[in-house]
Design a protein around this ligand. Sequence first.
Ligand code: ATP
Ligand code: MG
Ligand code: MG
Length: 390
Amino acid sequence: MSDKVVGILGGGQLGRMLAASASLLGIKVVVLDVGHGPAKQIIHPSEPHLSHIDGSFTDPQKINELASKVDILTVEIEHVDANALQRVQDEHGTKLAIHPSPWTIRIIQDKFRQKELFLSRGLPISPFQAVDASADALRSAAQVLGLPLMLKSRTLAYDGRGNYVIRELDQIEDALAALANRPLYVEQWVPFVKEIAVMVVRTTQGKVVSYPVVETVHKDNICHLVFAPFRGANADANRRARETAEAAVSCLQGAGVFGVEMFLMQDGRIYINEIAPRPHNSGHYTIEACEASQYENHLRAILSLPLGSTSLKVPSAAMLNVIGASSSMTEITSLANTALSVPGASVHLYGKAECRKGRKMGHITVVGQSDAEVRDRLRPLLEALPSGTP
Ligand code: ATP
Ligand code: MG
Ligand code: MG
């Protein structure tokens, strides 16, 4: 299929599912991460010189070591060292492809620059502004943008760690204490009715295709449930969401899949929240529910192979994240065991050595012939969630 070797920066669950797809396609993969985490566990080096690398995916030396073993570098996490990636690209020249491009990763890993780029291209972004880490700056931002005000770290954010909702001015000191020493900006509060997401695949030629719109349900800033396809009240919203997501990914460079998170307003307006330059939690459902999964299409895109269809192959699907409620691994396996007796449910456990509150330990995808059937099948799983699940 392709004799090119793919190197993945990061070896968590997204790397694991990429590696699983690669193994089906017979594509060789080398993973760079510390320890023997989720991705390394499921793909064994095919030859001794292609063994996985133990080290940080932000360590320039380790990135160089990975680059010397592979033809294509890709990421399962955007919090990598984009400058190191650019240097590696300059050193290796055309012998090495990096997808998405270091330029794309650099922009996306700074949420403020990401928003500036999309705004400058005429895409729908709700009001935001730069602030320095001072109470005065936040007070004047609140005067312009109103309350609640969403204070965000520009960098290194995930699962809402990096966000602080300022509901009242007297919370400003707490907000600053929580996000001290991080580069900050603020966003106007968006009173959305739904959160939706679209996975977009971009080829090495810059062509973009999208997956169906899904509804994402967050609890405490962490994605909890995904429903596919999204059946909004506004019939036109699906088309506009896909067009917006495709237009946003068209502004970027390099190949692969991108997860586009959006807010849908009561009046049908759509705002882009943020983009991930990699497979995304809201696209896990594609493994069981679409003709080609986001993981397979990521590989096909970066290897310049023909893309697989992004269409649903089932009428309805849902994905439940399995998130640690405590350090108890038994709670996780017990939920997974419940899923074994649910028709249409597929269990994914990520092989993480330890469970922690708020940690993504796995997910369960449920497919069915109708939304009603999927919701019926989901019910026993929701009832079996450990108490204290975030
Ligand atoms: P992820 O794990 O998706 O990378 P993150 O840490 O980057 O998360 P965001 O996506 O910026 O965080 O925000 C997390 C959640 O907070 C959103 O999914 C949404 O529910 C809420 N949120 C973010 N920005 C706003 C806003 N401006 N107004 C209202 N709610 C918001
Ligand atoms: Mg994010
Ligand atoms: Mg997000």
